[in-house]
Design a protein around this ligand. Sequence first.
Ligand SMILES: Cc1cc2nc3c(=O)[nH]c(=O)nc-3n(C[C@H](O)[C@H](O)[C@H](O)COP(=O)(O)OP(=O)(O)OC[C@H]3O[C@@H](n4cnc5c(N)ncnc54)[C@H](O)[C@@H]3O)c2cc1C
Ligand SMILES: *[C@@H]1O[C@H](CO)[C@@H](O)[C@H](O)[C@H]1NC(C)=O
Ligand SMILES: *[C@@H]1O[C@H](CO)[C@@H](O)[C@H](O)[C@H]1NC(C)=O
Ligand SMILES: *[C@@H]1O[C@H](CO)[C@@H](O)[C@H](O)[C@H]1NC(C)=O
Ligand SMILES: *[C@@H]1O[C@H](CO)[C@@H](O)[C@H](O)[C@H]1NC(C)=O
Ligand SMILES: *[C@@H]1O[C@H](CO)[C@@H](O)[C@H](O)[C@H]1NC(C)=O
Ligand SMILES: *[C@@H]1O[C@H](CO)[C@@H](O)[C@H](O)[C@H]1NC(C)=O
Ligand SMILES: *[C@@H]1O[C@H](CO)[C@@H](O)[C@H](O)[C@H]1NC(C)=O
Ligand SMILES: *[C@@H]1O[C@H](CO)[C@@H](O)[C@H](O)[C@H]1NC(C)=O
Ligand SMILES: *[C@@H]1O[C@H](CO)[C@@H](O)[C@H](O)[C@H]1NC(C)=O
Ligand SMILES: *[C@@H]1O[C@H](CO)[C@@H](O)[C@H](O)[C@H]1NC(C)=O
Ligand SMILES: *[C@@H]1O[C@H](CO)[C@@H](O)[C@H](O)[C@H]1NC(C)=O
Length: 768
Amino acid sequence: MTLKRSLLSLLPILGSALAQVAAPYTDPGNGFVFDGVTDAVYGVQYGIVLPQADTSTEFIGEIVAPIAAKWIGLAFGGAMIGDLLLVAWPNGNEIVASTRYATAYAQPTAYDGPILTTLPSSSVNSTHWKYVYRCQNCTSWEGGGGISPTGTGVFAWAYSSVGVDDPSDINSTFQEHTDFGFYGINFPDAQNSNYQNYLQGNPGTPPTTTTTTATSTSTSTAPTVSATPYDYIIVGAGPGGIIAADRLSEAGKKVLLLERGGPSTAETGGTYDAPWAQTANLTKFDVPGLFETMFTDSNAFWWCKDINVFAGCLLGGGTSINGALYWYPADSDFRTPNGWPSSWANHTPYTSKLMQRLPSTDHPSTDGKRYLEESATLVALLLNGQGYSNITINDNPNYKDHVYGFSAFDFINGERGGPVATYFQTAIARPNFTYKQYVLVSQVIRNGSTITGVRTNDTSLGPNGIIPLNPNGRVVLSAGSFGTPRILFQSGIGPTDMLQTVQSNPTASANLPAQSQWINLPVGQGVSDNPSINLVFTHPSIDAYDNWADVWSDPRPADAQQYLQSRSGVFAGASPKLNFWRAYGASDGVTRYAQGTVRPGAASVNSSLPYNASNIFTITVYLSQGITSRGRIGIDAALNAKAISNPWLTDPTDKTVLLQALHDVVSNINSISNLTMITPDATMTIEEYVDAYDPGTMCSNHWVGSAKIGTSSSNAVIDENAKVFNTDNLFIVDASIIPSLPMGNPHGMLMSAAEQAVTKILALSGGA
Ligand SMILES: Cc1cc2nc3c(=O)[nH]c(=O)nc-3n(C[C@H](O)[C@H](O)[C@H](O)COP(=O)(O)OP(=O)(O)OC[C@H]3O[C@@H](n4cnc5c(N)ncnc54)[C@H](O)[C@@H]3O)c2cc1C
Ligand SMILES: *[C@@H]1O[C@H](CO)[C@@H](O)[C@H](O)[C@H]1NC(C)=O
Ligand SMILES: *[C@@H]1O[C@H](CO)[C@@H](O)[C@H](O)[C@H]1NC(C)=O
Ligand SMILES: *[C@@H]1O[C@H](CO)[C@@H](O)[C@H](O)[C@H]1NC(C)=O
Ligand SMILES: *[C@@H]1O[C@H](CO)[C@@H](O)[C@H](O)[C@H]1NC(C)=O
Ligand SMILES: *[C@@H]1O[C@H](CO)[C@@H](O)[C@H](O)[C@H]1NC(C)=O
Ligand SMILES: *[C@@H]1O[C@H](CO)[C@@H](O)[C@H](O)[C@H]1NC(C)=O
Ligand SMILES: *[C@@H]1O[C@H](CO)[C@@H](O)[C@H](O)[C@H]1NC(C)=O
Ligand SMILES: *[C@@H]1O[C@H](CO)[C@@H](O)[C@H](O)[C@H]1NC(C)=O
Ligand SMILES: *[C@@H]1O[C@H](CO)[C@@H](O)[C@H](O)[C@H]1NC(C)=O
Ligand SMILES: *[C@@H]1O[C@H](CO)[C@@H](O)[C@H](O)[C@H]1NC(C)=O
Ligand SMILES: *[C@@H]1O[C@H](CO)[C@@H](O)[C@H](O)[C@H]1NC(C)=O
């Protein structure tokens, strides 16, 4: 699923564990003691100090930024939308700053109420600008957010290397930030008895309880904890890790599955229930019809905060928060032209195993009926005019040219199913399977090519948090396309520039293997994700379902009732209703496939045409198999994982094909009366629309290839047995191994790949 949204736009977070947490420091310039962080990438320092009175509504803050920072933003509740924002920049020798507010992912506008005062220790010199400010009436704001001086919070910062449009105008507009990040803060740590002195420019008597050292010990002496060794330690409970864990424990191995997040569905202990579904104990992750609210929730605890695109950090990984579009793989998904070793071509036995455990359905409602199908009916009509056939997609996985069919899912009995409801349940019932949640793995411990264990952040699991392997034991990384590379880098495995980034990180470098032990592999290189473009339409037959806005707090009563009674109706399905595929030849001789996903509602509309918001729907057009564009996944100095070069439409041939597909979809739009495309509207061509598309919003969250399988360590990370090259016992089973995008949304094909990988791992001699 693709959405025109970015993580910062939606991420209001409550005191969850974050990579960076504020620590006390003394500003050498003014002598004030702040609680804050210095971001490791840009070197910008952010500090805050509060008066000791818990009833106060003000604080003093500072931003110390290198002059390369053209403007800096802060969000005092950790999100861009519905939050008190501050934006500041230098103008000559002055600092210009204002409070702002945003109700949508667009230019934040001036916000009245807070009073900002520039304090005298603010300055601009040849290398830095420093803004020290008093912010009064700043601890609560519109929409119910605020800072509790006795509690914890999350701040988000935004950085830009591009100047604002008019630096002399306090209300100046500016372009979207170039980067952003988060840090956690415990507000009582920021309280200071010298606050009133600071307002006078006087540091007062330094409190004895604070120190200026923010860096803590990296190698503490080991407490005496005995650790249990395992045959297999699997890192990450997404679809890859869960399937590996189930099959390995089924084979009698002693298996440990580690997951950094917590429970998801009710069956796993999740309690995040929709208000109307509390009596049935149904969480957001259980009810298919709540999918769209993953992106509009003010308590989005499930996203990984140290990955700058959407990634699920909870039991089930992406499969607990995704749209659950589920496609059995096409044969070509595993063929050598798409990067697979030839030994993988016969996927049928593995796909069959998957289909047995987790059959697909294109009518998830328990009464067998389909609901909210107006957009499917309408687009089927449109595609009929383009020579398409109507099929049941998963009955014909290889048939992906000029076909459409109802969207298929891995929902079960009207609830989210996926690997958590199936494979995980059989694993957890076995005595030789252990599951531990809220455990973060930073690296594998190795002696040269031999892995001896994993390092976690939980010192109750072993000395210094290290969990060992049994003799001949193995580690399987399943931390996802961003999480797995980060663990590899911290283990000294990957391209030199990434390992050097780890080396420059004060905390991580302490545990990085010596340079002589580094294993150079193309981790993170040559990744892909589907570029996707949303077209928004209106037609009087469509029920846009209020754009899914009320499904969490104020659902249509009859629909909620029907779902609670029998797991049937609108809530038994997610937003997608119809999918279609078409093959395209291209000038480079490569066949590319375009996929379409149709759903009522729209993530954003930009139109000069009049339209009725109750009648809108979206066709997302993605480019899938055959795509030649590639990007790179890496880490920054703070060890946040991100695309360090974007993978979308870097090859102009991909763009040509995608444009052709977009034109084709609307080629006969006039044959359907009253069907109008409203985004792009009549003022813009499709070419102009695609050219103006923010690259980040082309993201489909279908990242593959960051630890790809292959036959040579020069262009792959794992061999045909899923073993990391130049190691003895390190394996990878997750989306990162997939060398190129499959036909459809990837998790179905990934689960078949996981079945195959774990079979090959078990068959490989030398294991415990
Ligand atoms: C918003 C969204 C919508 C999507 N919609 C669809 C869809 O409709 N259909 C489809 O097929 N695909 C969809 N996808 C993609 C699909 O969900 C992913 O391809 C799939 O989940 C990848 O599985 P994985 O096992 O590689 O990793 P993940 O699912 O990312 O799981 C990795 C797990 O490892 C854990 N982890 C990571 N690092 C560590 C660590 N250091 N220590 C311990 N644990 C760790 C994470 O918490 C997570 O649980 C969507 C993805 C997103 C984000
Ligand atoms: C404080 O700010 C809010 C907006 O956040 C505003 O509505 C309110 O009037 C302000 N209060 C005072 C006393 O200025
Ligand atoms: C410029 O200002 C910064 C921040 O206050 C300070 O650390 C730095 O020493 C100053 N540099 C010069 C050359 O004065
Ligand atoms: C900035 O915008 C606010 C709100 O629109 C307005 O009250 C204020 O006068 C503006 N300031 C300047 C200097 O234009
Ligand atoms: C693991 O569990 C399986 C299935 O319950 C069982 O057959 C096997 O003997 C167990 N192995 C160990 C080492 O406990
Ligand atoms: C919901 O959960 C509570 C607390 O765990 C339990 O007591 C109750 O029986 C559950 N209700 C249903 C309908 O499962
Ligand atoms: C496809 O054909 C079937 C069988 O005739 C029909 O029930 C279904 O509605 C059609 N699909 C669409 C999306 O129109
Ligand atoms: C380890 O990290 C996880 C994920 O960030 C967190 O939930 C957990 O509390 C941490 N554990 C410890 C002991 O700090
Ligand atoms: C590391 O492996 C070598 C052999 O490859 C062995 O001699 C050495 O003892 C091992 N070191 C540790 C600490 O296990
Ligand atoms: C909306 O569309 C217009 C052209 O019709 C374009 O100039 C503008 O940039 C678009 N706005 C956004 C936010 O995409
Ligand atoms: C918009 O569409 C809805 C649902 O079809 C209809 O009830 C409403 O009257 C329409 N509004 C206008 C202004 O046409
Ligand atoms: C198209 O709209 C017109 C009025 O706007 C209406 O009379 C006509 O019935 C509509 N046609 C269809 C097929 O909905």
